[in-house]
Design a protein around this ligand. Structure first.
Ligand code: GRF
Length: 203
């Protein structure tokens, strides 16, 4: 299965996917990595792994919808079965999400439906939550609202700051659940049917 990964930053999630692919655990091939930021650190990780990179700078487009169309066309050129948003920090429009419906996953650093949007670790701490984590979900028109596929959770420690909590969610949860979710997709064990997740034969 062909995979295209979308990034905007360091690409730690991308790195976990690359390592899973190299270990034969991804059951798919990352055909390209695309970013809206020419200076995204993850682009260097892709190049080091011999993966094609594409940059579609959102600053070059006056209209969000025109950027979305340019990015969609760039992605489709790689004929993806699966599109993975891995630290992709742009809100995309309905036309874009419809085009990739059922093929596109995102990872969000909270136990959705808690804390959609930004500053999730800060908000979990302020709420005094005992647990926190991350969620991989299908991308739909609702921001961070698509059907969840897999979640990982951990205990919040008394001395945690947004920084220490975020780092632990990344290291102990995100980098583990994303390769698992993508492998399920690549093996055809996971589908989005209407609004619901179909997993290994069951609804
Ligand atoms: C991750 O925490 C991801 O959940 C959030 O942004 C961060 C991206 O990190 N959307 P990286 O680019 O994968 O290192």
């Amino acid at each position: 299965k062909n995979i295209v990964v979308l990034i905007s930053g360091q690409g730690r999630n991308l790195q976990a996917l690359i390592e899973a692919q190299e270990a034969g655990r991804l059951h798919g091939r990352i055909a390209a990595v695309a970013s809206n930021k020419a200076d995204a650190g993850g682009l260097a990780r892709a190049r080091e792994a011999g993966i094609l990179t594409e940059v579609v700078p959102h600053i070059d487009y006056a209209e969000r919808s025109v950027f979305d169309a340019a990015l969609a066309a760039t992605i489709e050129r790689h004929h993806p079965d699966i599109v993975v948003m891995a630290g992709f920090m742009r809100v995309v429009g309905d036309e874009f999400t419809r085009q990739f419906r059922g093929r596109m996953l995102n990872i969000h650093p909270s136990l959705l439906p808690k804390y959609p949007g930004l500053k999730t670790h800060q908000r979990a701490l302020e709420a005094g939550d005992a647990e926190h984590g991350a969620t991989v979900h299908f991308v739909t028109e609702e921001l961070d609202g698509g059907a969840p596929v897999i979640q990982g959770r951990l205990s919040v420690e008394a001395q945690d700051t947004a920084q220490t909590l975020g780092e632990r969610v990344m290291r102990d949860i995100e980098l583990k659940i994303y390769p698992q979710a993508v492998a399920w997709m690549a093996r055809g064990e996971l589908k989005l049917e209407n609004e619901q997740v179909w997993f290994r034969g069951q609804r």
